[in-house]
Design a protein around this ligand. Structure first.
Ligand code: FME
Ligand code: ZN
Ligand code: ZN
Length: 415
């Protein structure tokens, strides 16, 4: 294909997309090599740090003329979720460009687009002899899709990160089906919930009280009611999906396995289910824990449970992980103006329904916005046939040029 031979912004995007960094075995080293080469070609300093062996963080730096000012950081993740190739119109790591300009690849939207757009924007600014006042860092972190424990979490906790003196951060957002850019000022925080029921085993023909399955089914009813009550608010148009606590069942595990299925005439003594729970930034974690303990998995119904919090819900001062999008945050006005300067319209700032590594930055008190410049684009992250149009990709580079030049030359020494 013609795209293979060239060294154009689109061809460079395709090259990054063709590196398979999907879980469960993301191949990080070719991705790092590719990005390092790109960084070299535009004279950015590069550092690779393995906080966990085999899980590199790449940090690129464009020094500012006034390094005493807090820096800005542009973050993206190296990894992707897996793809099911048989369900795609083009192989998920082919980065095929269709005649109408759609570039198909796992990671096209989430989030390899921004990873290279940052660099293309810097390339263009350098070509125009732009010099940033503040230092600009670009970071590439592993394992975002599995929680970032060995990636962003370790990176932001490092001495190196502290030495960067980051004043403001950008991380990924989500595509916008309309013609307004979307921006995210907070994430919902994920909890993994596993509930287990125990009960009296017995013959499949008998009806008696307190079986494990009956205990688990009662939990499903209670949890369903909680889910409906929140979902009804969303369906009534009174809140966005991301503004309520969500709970969704993700697995059930019970029964006695048999070579071709399950034993059908024994009621099992144990049953288990897993739930994805998403806490809104201002949700009360103690209240949620009480609901789980007293209603969803009560000991009196022979149930136990385990909650695993996937990241922080509050910053170190106990405040919700929310970046102000008003005049109290000078970075916000600079960001907003940078979008309008290139003819972009900005939608009302939103909470992200899922989560990103931005929560680790917000935990430190660093203002962080989630932003991926994709308008008129269907939301295809984690979906089959994820794609991004070439024109949208190229427009995004222009948007980042505006954002990076504005943020990096903004002089007020506030945090
Ligand atoms: C359990 S942390 C997982 C993080 C993941 N991030 C993107 O999809 C998410 O599910 O939101
Ligand atoms: Zn992502
Ligand atoms: Zn993702």
């Amino acid at each position: 294909q013609e795209d293979h031979q060239q060294d154009t912004p689109i061809a460079r995007f395709q090259r990054y997309l063709r590196i398979n960094t999907a879980h469960p075995n993301p191949d990080y080293s070719p991705a790092i090599s590719f990005l390092k080469l790109q960084a070299q070609s535009i004279q950015l300093q590069a550092r690779t740090i393995e906080f966990t062996p085999g899980k590199p963080v790449l940090l690129l730096t464009w020094p500012g003329s006034n390094p005493s000012l807090p820096s800005i950081i542009l973050n993206s993740h190296l990894d992707s979720v897996p793809a099911e190739p048989s369900k795609w119109v083009h192989p998920p790591f082919s980065a095929v460009r269709s005649p109408d300009g759609k570039i198909f690849a796992r990671g096209a939207q989430d989030d390899k687009c921004i990873g290279v757009q940052y660099l293309e924007a810097i390339r263009n600014l350098k070509a125009k002899n732009f010099v940033p006042t503040r230092t600009v860092h670009v970071s590439y972190v592993p394992d975002e899709e599995i929680g970032g424990v060995d990636g962003a979490a370790k990176f932001v906790a490092s001495k190196l990160f502290q030495e960067l003196r980051v004043g403001f951060a950008l991380d990924e957002g989500q595509a916008s089906p309309g013609d307004e850019f979307r921006v995210f000022y907070a994430d919902r925080s994920p909890w993994s919930l596993v509930i287990k029921a125990e009960g009296t085993p017995g013959h499949g023909s008998r009806m008696y009280d307190n079986t494990a399955m009956e205990n688990l089914m009662k939990s499903f009813e209670v949890i369903s009611r909680f889910r409906d009550s929140r979902f009804d608010v969303v369906k009534a148009g009174e809140a966005a999906n991301s503004e309520v606590i969500s709970v969704n069942p993700v697995y059930v595990k019970a029964g006695i396995p048999y070579p071709n299925g399950f034993v059908m005439n024994v009621q099992p003594s144990e049953a288990e289910a897993g739930f994805d729970v998403r806490m809104t930034p201002t949700a009360d974690p103690d209240l949620m824990r009480r609901i789980i303990a007293e209603e969803w998995a009560p000991a009196w119904r022979n149930m136990t449970y385990k909650i695993t919090e996937k990241g922080p819900l509050r910053d170190y001062t106990g405040r919700p992980l929310v970046t102000p999008t008003n005049d109290s945050n000078p970075w916000w006005s600079v960001f907003k103006q940078a979008i309008t300067a290139v003819g972009g319209k900005l939608a009302k700032p939103e909470i992200l329904a899922s989560t990103t590594d931005a929560r680790y930055l917000r935990q430190l008190g660093i203002p962080a916005l989630g932003f991926s410049p994709m308008t008129n684009t269907p939301i295809l992250l984690h979906d089959h046939n994820e794609f991004l149009k070439d024109t949208v990709y190229l427009k995004g580079i222009e948007v980042y040029e505006s954002i990076i030049s504005s943020l990096s030359s903004f002089e007020e020494a506030s945090h």
